[in-house]
Design a protein around this ligand. Structure first.
Ligand SMILES: Cc1cc2nc3c(=O)[nH]c(=O)nc-3n(C[C@H](O)[C@H](O)[C@H](O)COP(=O)(O)OP(=O)(O)OC[C@H]3O[C@@H](n4cnc5c(N)ncnc54)[C@H](O)[C@@H]3O)c2cc1C
Length: 432
């Protein structure tokens, strides 16, 4: 156990990674100060207010296997029953494909779901179920990493299976197109979501915004345990000292025994670049590519609703649709999510919204005009999760500097769970 008496830790960045680290440190009685450049906490998972309506920067989905994130939400006072609409695993591509896990223990629930899936031939259903059994026999491990496309071809998954099942799953999980996505990382997610308990594959859709869900509660927890959370207080410079590091913000300079840098990767590279001894870390961060996520919010009259709270569209611009009326009593509010790179990026926001409106009219006969729309384009939503990516370790060559964030070393793609795991790991490295 480290001597925590002389420790005083700064966490740079109040997203899910940074707040996870801060809570874990505060819980252990280690003095901690969070520096967040934005006015609000949450980073890439934050609440956004528009026309008196509470939105998020993008609709997110959690899985039942996101144990660290769900545990942390409860630790800081959340109530999972109230905070989420929880549904058993189901994928519905309106009119083209439907899969719903029955009430059976895992992995039987998945095998039964695949064998009963609508929109596939019998041969395709058996081929998908056989593929899952093979992955289970392989312990969801690969000797060497390949793309998801290569993995699916190796296991003879048909074009229909790829387009209706594996591609939507891969994009939802990795935010990276199958042709360049890492099969190894996808298998990590499938291993945790599909293989152990049925509840691990549950889909949890938040009823409250993402700043309220965790970061705000985490900040209250940190403050209650003697820590500090400073918003609108971006860190501009880091300077290593003999026993720690100096942080400079617009408000002045402060020294800390340790720093956890929990900013997005590009900002981390900017802060770390002037410091000697971190060349390898910077090279790894610089090599990361990024993928976008666009969310189109449409506020229709309150009577407009979709057949399900969440459903997908097949071969359309909108990949997933969320009916916020059924999820959070925001009646008539529909979110269309478009993950990963694609031709939609060439459209103006107005053109994109019109395309989504036309899709909703064609698919569901929604002829009402929306009262307003809001497009939120997160151009660097996640790192591109490609095969054999070398992600920077949380521990850097400088003992007083650690890195947290969804892009740092871990089993998961860029997800809330990956971010939270990295923050908890940093706190653990500092306290054991
Ligand atoms: C639209 C969208 C949809 C997504 N959907 C899902 C989903 O369905 N499920 C899922 O699990 N994941 C999803 N993700 C991914 C998930 O949101 C991220 O993986 C996660 O939020 C990353 O958290 P983080 O703490 O690592 O980084 P960030 O959230 O980026 O946090 C970094 C923080 O550092 C702050 N900062 C930056 N520079 C400075 C500075 N100089 N000084 C101080 N602070 C600074 C930033 O303002 C930010 O608050 C989605 C992401 C987006 C954008």
């Amino acid at each position: 156990m480290k001597n925590i008496e002389n420790m005083n830790v700064a966490v740079i960045g109040g997203g899910y990674a940074g707040m996870a680290a801060a809570v874990a440190l505060a819980k252990r009685g280690i003095p901690v100060t969070v520096f967040e450049s934005a006015r609000q906490l949450g980073g890439r998972a934050r609440g956004v207010s528009h026309r008196n309506t509470q939105l998020d920067n993008g609709q997110h989905l959690l899985l039942g296997c996101y144990k660290e994130t769900l545990g942390l939400i409860e630790q800081v006072g959340g109530n999972l029953e109230q905070d989420f609409l929880r549904q058993p695993l189901q994928l519905d591509l309106h009119g083209h494909f439907a899969l719903k896990a029955p009430h059976l223990p895992a992995p039987l629930h998945l095998l039964a779901a695949l064998l009963r899936a609508q929109g596939l031939t019998w041969a395709e259903r058996i081929s998908a179920a056989r593929f899952m059994l093979t992955l289970r026999r392989m312990n969801f491990k690969l000797d060497s990493d390949i793309t998801v496309t290569e993995l699916l071809a190796r296991h003879r998954q048909s074009t229909a299976l790829v387009q209706k099942l594996w591609e939507p799953l891969c994009i939802a999980a990795l935010n990276t197109p199958v042709a360049i996505a890492s099969a190894r990382v996808l298998l990590n997610v499938l291993r945790d979501a599909l293989n152990q308990k049925r509840a691990d594959s549950d889909m949890l859709i938040p009823r409250i915004d993402f700043t309220a869900l965790l970061p705000e509660r985490a900040a209250n927890y940190v403050i209650k345990h003697g820590g500090h959370v400073l918003t609108s207080c971006g860190v501009e410079n880091l300077r290593p000292l003999e026993n720690g590091m100096e942080i400079t913000t617009k408000r002045g300079s402060m020294t800390f025994s340790h720093i956890i840098c929990a900013t997005p990767p590009t900002t981390a590279a900017k802060l770390l670049r002037p410091i000697t001894g971190l060349d390898d870390v910077i090279t790894q961060i610089d090599a990361l590519q990024h993928q976008p996520i666009y969310t189109v919010y449409l506020q229709y009259p309150a009577h407009v609703r979709l057949p399900h709270p969440m459903l997908g569209l097949h071969q359309r611009i909108s990949q997933w649709l969320f009916d916020k009326g059924q999820i959070a009593a925001q009646h008539g509010l529909i979110a269309s999510v478009i993950s990963a790179e694609g031709l939609h990026q060439d459209l103006s926001q107005h053109e994109l919204a019109q395309r989504v409106i036309a899709e909703l009219r064609d698919e569901f006969g929604i002829t009402d005009s929306p009262l307003w729309f809001k497009v939120i384009a997160e151009k660097r939503a996640t790192f591109a999760c490609t095969p054999d990516l070398t992600r920077p370790n949380q521990q850097t060559p400088l003992p007083c500097l650690l890195l947290a964030g969804d892009y740092t070393m871990g089993d998961y793609p860029a997800t809330l769970e990956g971010a939270v795991q990295s923050g908890l790991r940093c706190a653990e490295l500092l306290s054991v």
